[in-house]
Design a protein around this ligand. Structure first.
Ligand code: C2E
Ligand code: MG
Ligand code: MG
Ligand code: MG
Length: 281
């Protein structure tokens, strides 16, 4: 009987595995198709001045819609893109769409810096500086309006090489920010060596900063670290007014999150830009 159960169990697991593999294959096909047809979407989440409510930037976030019209989360398809190597093409497409949008905003009279997420595999790819130069040139976007968001973990892959890569990129005139700060492997010694401009405080710390003493202390410490290194600080995932005020009090003056806006389709982002402008006048 035990033998039979064991066999059944094996069948059960192998069936599960088969389903998972089929699902993965399906998603990869869907992603590949979207990339070949240049049909990946990009949404834009505004970044705000916490004190004035002015829009001070935007983050480009990839969106994939499958054949049934269902939107698939980047937390699902980005890891898959990284494993399959499609991330290089994906990154290039998001970068070019984002540069095109930022140039349109600029032509509308809004010099809004755009930030684009860069995966570790893109960052180590030697063609990245060329891809960026091409994107800036072909869309006519000034380099200082482009920012790359890189996670600490991606920076630590090969610290010595990364330092060269970073100077290569910053010499183009673009900005570099560390994404999800505090969740990766942050060696403070490396942080000092790396030439970065912006520190994004991970939303996991913001989430509970007002009901968890430890999270509050972590946010406080990250802010004072960032400030002492002369970096611009941005809080991710700001969802409440109370968090906004607490951040201002601690000396962090920029944020993004559902309190202000979700990531938006480009047309909605433009409407928000116009409203924002009216607010300021
Ligand atoms: P991320 O770069 O840290 O982006 C922030 C994520 O937080 C976004 O999720 C955004 O929609 C979400 N978010 C913003 N405000 C709030 C809030 O107030 N509350 C909560 N709960 N969430 C908030 P999204 O768009 O699902 O992207 C997830 C991750 O996927 C990104 O994290 C980034 O690591 C990756 N990703 C997205 N697009 C790209 C891309 O084009 N290239 C690469 N390499 N990675 C990307
Ligand atoms: Mg990001
Ligand atoms: Mg982040
Ligand atoms: Mg993240």
């Amino acid at each position: 009987r035990a033998k039979q159960e064991g066999r059944n169990r094996f069948c059960f697991f192998s069936h599960d595995l088969e389903n998972a593999m089929m699902e993965r294959h399906h998603l990869e096909t869907c992603l590949r198709k979207a990339l070949i047809n240049n049909q990946l979407f990009v949404h834009y989440q505004p970044k705000f001045d916490l004190q004035t409510n002015a829009i001070v930037g935007a983050e480009a976030l990839a969106r994939l819609v499958n054949d049934e019209g269902v939107c698939i989360s980047p937390t699902e398809f980005i890891p898959l893109a990284e494993e399959s190597g499609l991330i290089i093409l994906l990154g290039k497409q998001v970068l070019n769409k984002a540069c095109a949008e930022a140039k349109r905003w600029l032509d509308m009279g809004h010099a809004i810096p755009i930030s684009v997420n860069v995966a570790a595999a893109q960052f180590t790819d030697s063609s990245l500086p060329c891809v960026i130069k091409d994107a800036l040139l072909s869309h006519g976007l000034p380099a200082h309006l482009l920012e790359l968001e890189i996670t600490e973990t991606a920076l630590m892959v090969d610290a010595a090489e990364m330092q060269n890569r970073l100077s290569e990129l910053t010499s183009l005139g673009i900005k570099i920010s560390i994404d999800d700060f505090g969740t990766g492997y942050s060696s403070l010694a490396y942080l000092k060596k790396f030439n970065v401009d912006v520190m994004k405080i991970d939303m996991s710390f913001i989430k509970d900063m007002l009901n968890n003493k430890h999270d509050y202390e972590i946010v406080k410490t990250i802010i004072s670290l960032g400030k002492s290194m002369g970096l611009v600080l941005i809080a991710e995932g700001v969802e409440t007014e109370a968090q906004r005020y607490a951040l201002i009090e601690l000396g962090c003056f920029m944020g993004q999150g559902y309190l202000f806006s979700r990531p938006l389709m480009t047309i909605d982002f433009e409407t928000l830009l116009l409203q924002n402008q009216l607010l300021e006048v």
